[in-house]
Ligand binder design. Structure first.
Ligand code: NOJ
Length: 557
């Protein structure tokens, strides 16, 4: 096999996001340092050594800003401070400094679409139609069919959480404001350049403090139909299965092209000379709507400078765990990216604080194979806390459910099951807290499923993740290499080669629940690691590999 079949010249320098392993921290759930049952920033600092040893290159912190916590921090009342529940600004500075000392980059959440209704901007805006912040939020008059004393919402838009009207009446202004998410999260008016300037100042505040980048929340919502037309009814909606939000097809309430121009303005801030002493980067959160996911991702790479920005790639959360869709996606997406611009950085998330955990979604064997796949794909890979020990969704008793999204969810659980405290030890509260109660319950399996128990167990999730992360950190072809999808001639197999300079790796994945004989047609040489601890693989020298059900393997030269 030739090791580099591409003609594109290889870059001589690399930006830090290329090949980076980014660990997502949900600050409430990593480590409680003050015994109140809620994680905090000093708690995060105390776990940085762990992250360094694991092989993490960067962290992304979900919001830690002052907030009434209607949406657990995604409702921000002050963009430039720390909620006392999580610590202080000094703790944050210390965290950035301590992370840097361990060569760990820090990305923070930027939430541009909405603030809290407790934010001073909104408090001012709601007071009248002519105050200085009157147009900072999305205000509309009642629908013309309204009758006196019965104002009707201006259109049929619904909020993501409850699937009910996204408009809330404010008697002081005799107008409705828009909240695409929680009623306590009013949408900022992105067509107002003063709002955009204010958000750019927020970025500058944190860049000055030393953060390396941002994860940008809910970016499709910053651009809506300027005529505020109704969203059409979704004919495929199933009230028994689907959350209420799916009742409509959201073609007007979000996802308009102005989003790329607005995000480009944010990307420009990352280039400003004041911040040039470090490379900064931002990753935007936008789930492709039904249809062509590749086109949806490419629109971001084309619309926003790929030197400093990339969209999350959510295929790891959206695709069925089946060979055919993955084979097709990898082939089309990576080919398109490589042709578009060599600066494009893929950005794969297979789990996050909004989605059911990998093991619960896929089952243990497939989740281990997915880990091997994710950690051998190019670009940034986002590992959600707890994935590295195989944490599962934790069922939440009805009276303990906290998430506002539970209101619109037919199962009534919302996103709490994937947000429970990290399981560190088999001891009190899994080593997360000294308190008698934690903000969400600890997983019932914590006595066996925890970092301490898994560290020295060669069969554990932890050992698999640590091995894969070490390889990714050591091997240039896994960090920087191209992807070449193999023709394996079997419906249940996907294989690809990662190659860079003279080094290459081959990944083979069996998506079926049956053993499969694989004839890769490329030299395999040395077996490196399998997702299955029962695998008994040698060097694949005879040109075939026997793959166990749901097994993924990595070979090198
Ligand atoms: C996406 C975030 O990931 C989610 O947790 C949040 O509820 C919404 N955006 C609204 O900010």
């Amino acid at each position: 096999m030739t090791t580099n079949q591409h003609t594109t010249p290889l870059p001589t320098t690399h930006r830090w996001p290329e090949g980076a392993i980014v660990y997502q921290i949900y600050p409430r759930s990593i480590q409680d340092s003050n015994g109140d049952g809620i994680g905090d920033l000093p708690g995060v600092i105390s776990r940085l050594d762990y992250l360094q040893e694991l092989g993490v290159n960067a962290i992304w912190l979900s919001p830690f800003y002052p907030s009434p916590m209607a949406d657990f921090g995604y409702d921000i009342a002050d963009y430039c401070d720390v909620d006392p529940m999580f610590g202080t600004l000094d703790d944050c500075k210390r965290l950035i400094h301590e992370a840097e000392a361990r060569h760990i980059k820090v990305m923070i959440d930027l939430v541009p679409n909405h603030s809290s209704n407790e934010h001073p901007w909104f408090k001012e805006s709601r007071q009248s139609r002519d105050n200085p912040k009157a147009n900072w939020y999305v205000w509309k008059d009642p629908h013309p069919d309204s009758t006196p004393g019965h104002p009707l919402p201006p259109n049929n838009w619904i909020d993501v959480f409850t699937g009910k009207s996204a408009w809330e009446w404010v008697p002081e202004r005799k107008q409705f404001y828009l909240h695409s998410f929680h009623v306590a999260q009013p949408d900022l008016n992105w067509s107002n350049s003063e709002v955009r300037a204010a958000v750019k100042d927020v970025m500058r505040f944190w860049l000055d403090m030393g953060v390396d980048g941002f994860r940008v929340d809910a970016v499709y919502w910053i651009a809506k139909d300027p005529f505020f037309r109704n969203d059409p009814v979704n004919p495929a909606f199933d009230p028994k299965e689907d959350e209420r939000y799916k009742m409509l097809t959201h073609v007007n309430s979000c996802g308009w092209p102005a989003a790329y121009a607005y995000l480009s303005e944010l990307a420009h801030v990352l280039h400003e000379p004041a911040f040039a002493q470090k490379e900064r980067f931002m990753v935007t959160e936008a789930y492709p709507k039904d249809g062509d996911a590749v086109a949806a991702y490419l629109a971001f790479y084309e619309g926003i400078d790929p030197q400093v920005a990339a969209p999350f790639n959510f295929q790891g959360l959206m695709l069925r765990w089946e060979a055919e869709p993955w084979r097709r996606f990898l082939r089309v997406f990576h080919h398109a990216l490589e042709s578009l611009n060599p600066l494009c950085v893929p950005s794969y998330a297979f789990g996050n604080h909004d989605k059911s955990r990998m093991v619960s979604r896929l089952g243990e064997k497939a989740a281990r194979a997915a880990a091997l796949m994710q950690l051998t794909l190019p670009g940034m890979v986002f590992v959600y806390y707890g994935e590295e020990i195989g944490m599962r969704d934790v069922p939440i008793p009805v009276d303990l459910v906290q998430d506002p999204e539970a209101l619109g969810d037919p199962q009534g659980q919302g996103r709490d099951p994937e947000r429970t405290p990290m399981q560190w030890t088999p001891g009190h509260q899994a080593g997360f807290s000294t308190s008698t109660e934690t903000w969400l319950p600890i997983g019932p399996d914590y006595k066996t499923l925890n970092v301490e128990a898994e560290k020295d167990d060669p069969r554990s999730f932890y050992t698999l993740y640590r091995t894969l992360m070490a390889l990714r950190n050591e091997r240039e072809s896994l960090r920087y290499g191209f992807v070449q999808v193999l023709e394996l001639g079997h419906p249940d197999l996907v294989g690809y080669v990662r190659s860079y300079k003279d080094e290459y790796h081959v990944v083979l994945i069996n998506f079926s629940d049956q053993p499969v004989t694989c004839v890769p047609g490329v030299k395999l040489h040395k077996f490196v690691v399998s997702s299955n601890p029962d695998a008994n693989l040698t060097d694949g020298a005879n040109g075939t590999v026997e793959l166990l059900p749901y097994e993924a393997v990595l070979f090198t030269q």
